[in-house]
Design a protein around this ligand. Sequence first.
Ligand SMILES: [Zn+2]
Length: 440
Amino acid sequence: MKKTVLTLAVTATVGFGTIFTGYAAKTEAASFSELNGKINEIHEKKADVNSDIDKANDKIKSIQKQQSDVRVSLEQLEITINETTKKINDQNNKISETKTEIAKLQDDIKIIQERMQKRSLVLKDRARSYQENGGAVNYLDVLFGAESFSDFIDRANAVVTLVQADQAILKQQEADKKELQQKQDKVKNDLAGLETMLSDLKNMNQQLAAQKAEKNKLLKTLDSQKAAEEKNVMSLKEKEQILSSQENAINKAIELEKARQAEAKKKAQQAQIQSKSTASSGSTRSSGSAGTASSQPHVAVSSGAFTRPTIGPVTSGYGYRSYDHSFHNGIDFGSQTSSDPIVAVADGVVSRSYLSSSYGECVFISSIVNGQLYTSIYAHMASGSRSVHEGQVVKKGQRIGTKGATGAADGVHLHFELHKGKWEYDKRNKINPSGIIPGV
Ligand SMILES: [Zn+2]
């Protein structure tokens, strides 16, 4: 049995070469329930995607809360660091004041030491004079050498005065030494205390700086987490959009297919009536727009359900490519002229028409052929050449754009993909167009 094709008719004016058969009538109900099942599947997927979006948004909120917490503690840290830095400066001032004090004390000590040296010289002189006169014993000689009693008194007084003066000098020396020692001890203690405090403050500031660095690092991590989550939401929203636009396109395609089937039924009934009354004249099918004599390049439209998407040679086929060890999800068509037209391979509804970072200017078309949903993709179209919009009904062979090199394309070519079913992110429904699309 010849493969019956239930093309997606748009208007009643199109001549249907397809004969409505009993086979189609039998499978009709089953096909539509299967297609409705696909739509339910999309609904479920959309619900999943929406719950993923909610989850991602919750995550973003929690990250934002964490970020504001970190920012608050960073502000507090900043305040504490400023306070500690001020304390360190104060401490440094005190230390330099103390050092000035120590320097001044050292000057005082020098003066005292000089005084002590002088005194010791006086004592040495005196000691020498004692030695020259036979030491302390000579005080007696001084006394015994008195010529009279009054002379003796004078001499005795002189000896007492000398002894007292020596004792006073010794006492003064002792006091000076003590004072000096105490001052030195006190200032040294002060300095040690100040230096300990300073080192504590410096330690504290180092710890605070480390905490600050850690918080900043955390903030950066949170920033990148948030960016990743936002990117996730973006891609989820894109996913949802593709699901929605595909759902709309499939719904529309089902409506059109139902209308086409009703129309075909009516025509078949009319033909039956006609064939009973008159001999069948037989309708011929026009193939494409061969009637218009134009020098513009155009794609010859095949008579089956599918037609070739463009002119130009196949430059890369479907499947594993040994030269780059990758799987080619579609077929590439190289350019034949400077503006090769790209046409819809089957009747259908445009489910996506947008600028993708990888596909470039691209169009997705949902078609129902023989009750089977197909999604065809046309990528890397010339900039500004995309001429169909989402939800638009297109006919097989209808121009939808011009060959280009937008998106991730090395040169001008059409990257064409065919999916049996709907387009999925993992492209699990991709099929080899060879054998389905004529001339590839
Ligand atoms: Zn390709």
